[in-house]
Design a protein around this ligand. Structure first.
Ligand SMILES: Cc1cc2nc3c(=O)[nH]c(=O)nc-3n(C[C@H](O)[C@H](O)[C@H](O)COP(=O)(O)O)c2cc1C
Length: 333
């Protein structure tokens, strides 16, 4: 189990380095709104409030999954959770696998008694341990939903990663049907394509987080951790594997109009949040941009949230959108 803690510490250190962000242009800069020079509203009339899992949030973005908090990163989760509570922004935990396997108490609710909190497990843990583990993940933090991550490329590159992905969809289907809270299925940076999204929808999943290419590159991070020359040579052509977030959101919406989509993977500021919403996302998520503030303090995370909100408000003002429903219809160039 020390392995998992060491791996998490490596992930945090490497994710902070710009070299492990997607090297190709993410495509966000090519999604341009038509400027509205006559907004006909006041900046402070703009309403960012959104609905997520049947609850109101202050804005249409959440703190993306990073750490389950079973390692030295507990204070990261404290800062994120306190800020999520104060700002009414949902927070997704990182993988709870190690905490559950170690039987560790995950008392994150003491920092975020009423925030929307999402648990997290890998799809292969679900395939191996079933609904019981999923329900424990939810109950241990009184989660409002459970995020299940799909990361087949990361598992291939990671030393001793899970390589048997048989029956994963069946395990997800079982959870979608039986778990006490809604599930959200996500990738970690290669993106859930429209074909996979359709199979998830058919299995009863109502929310996916696309986590497309454009931001944190898990292939790059795992490659940096893998010391085997042979495995590195095999993995290198796959470094840019995946589909861009800005292409995925409309493609998934077109293939699965009833699926609720969280836009993520390379969302770096409030204008990117606006772009995702305009492309069809119901919500957005940012992970890496919260990492440095989370290592610092609750106030730093609050400061980041407030900047994202103000950037989103500016994007809405400059497109003449008074609320999120109007932003969805704002003309693009
Ligand atoms: C340090 C770090 C740890 C992460 N750990 C998890 C995890 O445990 N579970 C998960 O589903 N995603 C995890 N992710 C992936 C993110 O939730 C997100 O999908 C991905 O980083 C792409 O978003 P970004 O470009 O905003 O970072 C992690 C990301 C970072 C930066």
């Amino acid at each position: 189990m020390a392995d998992i803690s060491d791996r998490k510490a490596d992930h945090i250190a490497l994710a902070l380095q710009s070299g492990h962000q997607a090297q190709k242009d993410s495509g966000f800069d090519r999604v341009n709104f038509e400027p509205n020079s006559l907004p006909q509203l006041a900046l402070d009339e703009i309403v960012l409030a959104s609905n997520f899992l049947g609850m109101e949030t202050a804005a249409p973005f959440l703190i993306g999954a990073m750490t389950g908090g079973c390692d030295n990163a507990e204070r990261i989760n404290q800062h994120l959770a306190e800020a999520a509570q104060a700002a009414n922004i949902p927070m997704a935990l990182g993988s709870q696998r190690a905490a559950l396997e170690l039987g560790m108490l995950q008392n994150i609710r003491r920092w975020a008694p009423s925030a929307i909190l999402l648990g997290n497990l890998g799809a292969t843990q679900l395939q191996q341990h079933g609904l019981d583990l999923a329900q424990r993940a939810v109950d241990s933090i009184q989660a409002n939903g459970l995020v299940i991550h799909l990361n087949p490329l990361q598992e291939l590159i990671q030393p001793n990663g899970d390589r048997d992905w048989n029956l994963v969809l069946e395990a997800i289907q079982h959870c979608a049907l039986k778990l006490s809270v809604p599930i959200i299925v996500k990738e970690v940076g290669a993106g859930i394509g429209p074909g996979s999204a359709k199979r998830l929808l058919d299995a009863g999943v109502q929310w996916i987080e696309v986590a497309g290419r454009g931001g944190t590159s898990w292939a790059s991070i795992e490659l940096a951790r893998n010391s085997s020359a042979r495995e590195r040579e095999i993995a290198t052509p796959f470094i840019d594997w995946g589909m861009d977030t800005v292409k995925l959101i409309p493609a998934v919406q077109a293939a699965c109009p009833t699926l609720r989509v969280i836009g993520s993977g390379g969302v770096r500021h409030g204008l990117d949040i606006a772009r995702c919403i305009r492309l069809g996302a119901h919500m957005t998520a940012l992970a890496q941009p919260f990492l440095a503030p989370a290592l610092d303090s609750t106030d730093a995370v609050m400061g980041k949230i407030s900047i994202l909100q103000e950037q989103l408000r500016w994007a809405m003002f400059l497109t003449g959108s008074q609320n999120i429903a109007e932003l969805r219809l704002a003309p693009l160039q």
